[in-house]
Write a protein that binds this ligand. Structure first.
Ligand code: OAD
Length: 234
């Protein structure tokens, strides 16, 4: 049986594709207040501001391409059973060829009516649809006649895919964490569900708040660190 690798990624894996991270110097949250543009309270306060922010993210994504780190992660599928669990709302893992990608925080290229994908409808993706890189504006409505919103997990909302992600991490032989500051829960706690036998690697040029002695930190950018990781697997 193939060994299982769970790859947990954050904004750092897409940094070399030209998409800014959130918390580095000059990152998105230096220029925008997440509570205004990416929280559920912000959405109800000012939908236009939130829609414009994600229109901008979609436009940037249209110009971006997967980098060597996304491609090397996809290439792991040649020898391993690989699941990518990403906090990223971009589609660069899929465009690089990864076939099992769980988007914990939603997807910038998808929208849904604002009254769907909640406890009431059991988080059914029935009304979620692909909008590609198009804009969404106040007044744009879904099939049920209700205002469309980005298919993003806003601050203040549940993370419906956590259970699926935990199941993947528990079964993995190897956990690889790439480019996340591990500041945002519950995603940041996922690696703690690793089995005691699992090997855990982190690729990040900066310090990361991980304290288990078995964790091996490859202190490099994603494209370089992925090459080291693949050498370690050989
Ligand atoms: P952050 O911006 O918090 O962290 C980015 C991490 O990437 C940091 O640890 C950097 O050191 C690292 N990094 C920077 N350049 C890198 C490179 N070239 N290669 C590898 N690593 C690099 O981003 P996330 O941890 O992904 O949520 O943020 C988590 C969540 O917070 C996001 O999903 C987003 C945000 O608010 C939502 O919007 C719901």
């Amino acid at each position: 049986m193939k060994k299982r690798i769970a790859v947990l990624t954050g904004a750092g894996v897409s940094a070399e594709s030209g998409l800014g991270t959130y918390r580095d110097n000059g990152g998105l949250w230096d220029n925008y207040d997440p509570m205004e543009v990416a929280s559920i309270e912000g959405w109800y306060r000012n939908r236009k501001l939130v829609l414009d922010f994600y229109n901008m993210q979609r436009a940037k994504l249209a110009e971006a391409s997967p980098n060597e780190a996304h491609r090397l992660i996809a290439s792991l599928e040649n020898g391993y059973a690989v699941d990518v669990i990403t906090q990223n709302v971009d589609n660069l893992h899929e465009r690089a060829g990864s076939t099992h990608v769980v988007h914990l925080h939603g997807e910038a290229t998808k929208v849904r009516p604002e009254n769907t994908f909640n406890d009431e409808d059991g988080f059914s993706e029935k009304y979620v649809f692909d909008i590609g890189y198009e804009e969404v504006n106040p007044g744009d409505k879904g099939a049920n006649g209700v205002q469309l919103r980005p298919h993003i997990v806003f601050f203040g909302e549940a993370v419906p895919k956590m259970e699926q992600a935990i199941g993947i991490v528990e079964k993995a032989d190897i956990i690889l964490i790439v480019g996340t500051s591990l500041q945002v829960y519950p995603a940041a706690g996922l690696y703690r569900y690793a089995s005691p036998e699992a090997a855990i690697y982190v690729i990040d040029p900066a310090d990361v708040p991980l304290f288990e002695p078995r964790i091996r930190h490859i202190r490099k950018v994603a494209t370089e660190g992925m090459k080291d990781f693949i050498d370690i697997l050989k």
